[in-house]
Design a protein around this ligand. Structure first.
Ligand code: SF4
Ligand code: FES
Length: 365
């Protein structure tokens, strides 16, 4: 068993935005009892002892945690590389300066489109202007900045403008990630899935931008796996290199696994080390012994690990099946049918999006 390399610390599921592609759980009833500052401090220390090197502070909106600066300072003191994954809603200059002094290493800010009205509509909250201001502060304070844009049917045609925006704000890296269908995004899948023509057009733009911006900005483009022949090697394999701790202390091998019918493991009851090494949730799909055919005898089983367990569960009701994205899967028709429907629908999308409800009390300024 390898040590985990990365910890996704989901500090809260509260969020001032209401994106319809959010991958947070649809039912947030069990997550109001967030870990305390001391509990997170212990989790970070245990993660470091386990071998974790990178800590992604995420949510929801991690800036909603009043103790964020304290947690960053603690992670930094432990020698962890810290990355803040944020909407930037609430990243005022004083707060940013405190985070800088606490040792935060990297900031990733999401934006929903290149144009204020479109971005705010997709975010369900007027937020574009504040995001751009925050990006300016991040650059002024000397942080490396990643701009993250989740792509889907309603914004993928604007990818050239999005790249222009990233260039304008001086991003070091832009991550154009086609939507992964979990949580609210799963609920909205049919309204979010782009068409083949939209993807083909976006790919031309991305390829040209990569060439043009080669020396200035990394352009990462995450393909939509529904259009791929083989599935993604999700998380680099189940409980192999990454772990997630949810706001209430549940420990998962990936952020979407709370939807699977697996026994819970919580940092409130056990140490991270015991959970990583021996809990049923971690061992359920570790390695290759659990694999059914066609994965079991497939030459790619150590390359893609049979794809994504959460996607297999959402599509088939059985997390132990081959990811239906794979063209060899006996369930591939489930993906093919969704793709067919996306290509039959009118280009702009004729289904409305169900926004994630707002869950926020107050954003620190
Ligand atoms: Fe990957 Fe399984 Fe498909 Fe082979 S059959 S390519 S291991 S998902
Ligand atoms: Fe859970 Fe892929 S998101 S295994």
């Amino acid at each position: 068993m390898d040590s985990p390399f990365g910890l996704l610390a989901e500090l809260t599921y509260r969020c001032p935005l209401a994106c319809a592609y959010c991958s947070n759980p649809v039912n947030l009833a069990g997550y109001s009892g967030e870990l305390t500052t001391d509990e997170w401090r212990r989790v970070l220390a245990e993660a470091r002892d386990l071998g974790v090197l990178q800590c992604h502070l995420s949510g929801g909106e991690p800036l909603l945690r009043r103790d964020l600066v304290d947690l960053v300072a603690h992670a930094h003191g432990l020698g962890l590389y810290t990355n803040l994954v944020t909407s930037a809603f609430g990243l005022s200059r004083p707060r940013a300066e405190q985070l800088r002094a606490a040792g935060l290493d990297h900031v990733q800010i999401s934006v929903q489109a290149d144009e204020p009205a479109v971005s705010d509509r997709i975010a369900g909250t007027p937020s574009f202007r504040r995001k751009i201001e925050a990006m300016g502060v991040v650059k002024e304070l000397g942080w490396p900045l990643t701009v993250n844009v989740v792509l889907h049917r309603h914004n993928i045609d604007r990818v050239a403008g999005v790249l222009g925006l990233a260039e304008e704000v001086g991003a070091d890296r832009v991550e154009l990630a086609n939507t992964q269908y979990y949580g609210w995004a799963w609920r909205n899948r049919d309204a979010l899935l782009p068409s083949r023509a939209q993807l083909a057009a976006a790919e031309v733009v991305v390829r040209a931008a990569r060439e043009r911006l080669r020396d200035r900005m990394d352009v990462i483009y995450v393909l939509p796996d529904y259009y791929s022949r083989y599935p993604k090697p999700c998380m680099g394999g189940w409980a192999s290199r990454q772990l997630t701790v949810t706001p209430n202390g549940d420990v998962l091998p990936c952020p979407a696994a709370q939807s699977l019918p697996l026994p819970r493991a919580s940092v409130r009851e056990e140490s991270l080390e015991r959970i990583w090494a021996g809990s049923p949730v971690m061992s359920a799909f570790r390695g290759t012994d659990w694999m059914p055919e066609p994965c079991r005898s497939c030459a790619r089983r150590e390359l893609d690990f049979g794809g994504c367990r959460c996607q297999a569960f959402l599509l088939t009701g059985d997390a132990a099946r081959t990811d239906p994205v794979c063209h060899l899967s006996p369930d591939h028709h489930l993906v093919a049918r969704a793709v067919e429907a996306a290509n039959a629908a009118s280009p702009g999308g004729d289904r409305s999006l169900i926004p994630r409800p707002h869950r926020v009390r107050r954003v620190e300024r």
